[in-house]
Write a protein that binds this ligand. Structure first.
Ligand SMILES: [Zn+2]
Length: 391
């Protein structure tokens, strides 16, 4: 048996015998210090002895139980009858804290409640209750913390009935700060009003969502809004594909060409590049569109610039917006208005490297949390798990 486990039984406990294979039965008696809980007197008389069966943590795959002899005392000073408190076993509990911790950690690491029920022979409701207690205890550690200086905000699907959750992510420390129900101004307002340290937020990263932008402007007065690079480039690509469809619907349906066009030009193999060039040579209008997309994406991918260094980049962006607006293609005109609408936030993107990739990564993890519980109905339960497991 590992040493620590013996020590726990040994601390204030006398072990009488260890027998059995699975389960292992440990016969023990508590002989540690005892005092009256009311008057703290040590003038006690042993009134009775009873045997309690207490579940203890597993030794490898073997389950273990403690047959614990517990004395009942009579306090001669104040006349009270009581059973002593013992380390590692809470009053009225029929399992040690070690066993509870084992169950909670197993569940946290992805073993389902049903599997724990089979392995440990305890009900799923018990697992849920213990795990909930464990999370609540952990959550208290997070309760007083203030808003991070760099936040990422993004939405995440919660349930059909309740809709979306907005995730507030600490991009500096790479953890979820808080999930909040809803994604509109009205739904998030009560949460945001109560948020501590809103004024110290300096940078907020969002995708191209006007409603989030309005929310950030209102509730984070000192924050600079940065658009998320991934979303901006995706928007450019989507509009480019729509423009291509308008020019040559036949070519747009070709899966091979589509895959070539979507990649960055410098990531193509020579034979792929030749194939693409052949197509573009035959369609000069599309070729022009393709060049535009490539240089726009290159422009948007620039990072680590100072305020001064981003000045010429802003001019380049405005130039592109102007060109797209007069391209005569409806898809490009929409793209021009979107880029213009977000030009200030895009300009910030060159100066800050933070992006919502972290938030998106947490969304994947949050999906796993949801799936493991086969979905949540209760947002408070879900929030507790997200904060403890992703916080
Ligand atoms: Zn007493």
């Amino acid at each position: 048996m590992p040493k620590r486990k013996i020590e726990f039984i040994g601390k204030g406990f006398n072990i009488h015998s260890v027998s059995g294979h699975d389960p292992i039965i440990i016969k023990a008696e508590y002989v540690g210090p005892v005092a009256c809980p009311d008057c703290n007197s040590k003038q006690l008389r042993v009134k009775d002895r009873i045997e309690r069966l207490i579940r203890h943590e597993s030794f490898g795959r073997q389950k273990s139980w403690i047959r614990l002899i517990v004395r009942k005392y009579h306090c001669l000073a104040c006349n009270r009858y009581f059973r002593p408190r013992m380390p590692g076993i809470l009053p009225y509990k029929r399992s040690t804290e070690y066993f509870r911790r084992e169950v909670c950690l197993n569940h946290r690491d992805g073993i389902s409640q049903a599997q724990i029920r089979r392995n440990c022979r305890i009900g799923t409701a018990t697992v849920e209750r213990w795990f909930h207690d464990h999370l609540e205890l952990k959550e208290r550690m997070f309760s007083g913390r203030k808003c991070s200086e760099v936040l990422g905000i993004d939405e995440h699907f919660f349930s059909k009935r309740k809709g979306y959750v907005t995730t507030f992510c600490d991009l500096k420390k790479h953890r979820v700060f808080e999930p909040a129900m809803g994604r509109t101004h009205d739904a998030l307002e009560p949460f945001l009003r109560g948020l501590k340290g809103r004024e110290r937020v300096k940078v907020v990263c969002i995708d191209l969502s006007s409603s989030y932008r309005a929310i950030v402007r209102k509730f984070f007065p000192n924050a600079r809004i940065v658009s998320d690079r991934f979303h901006v480039i995706r928007t450019v690509l989507q509009h480019f594909l729509a423009g291509w469809k308008q020019l040559d619907p036949e070519g747009r349906r070709n899966r091979g060409l589509l895959s070539l066009v979507r990649r960055h030009a410098d990531k193509l193999r020579p034979d792929q590049k030749e194939r693409l060039d052949r197509y573009l040579d035959a369609h000069p209008a599309i070729s022009e569109l393709y060049q535009a997309k490539e240089s726009l994406c290159r422009l948007l991918n620039i990072k680590h610039r100072t305020k001064k260094q981003s000045q010429p980049l802003i001019r380049r962006l405005l130039n592109w917006i102007w060109k797209l607006r007069y391209s005569g293609l409806p898809a490009m005109e929409t793209l021009a208005s979107t880029l213009e609408n977000w030009s200030a936030e895009i300009a910030c993107m060159w100066r800050f490297t933070k992006n919502n990739g972290i938030t998106e990564g947490f969304h994947t993890k949050m999906e796993v949390i949801q799936r493991r519980a086969y979905g949540f109905k209760n947002f408070a339960n879900y929030r507790l798990r997200v904060i403890v497991l992703c916080g």
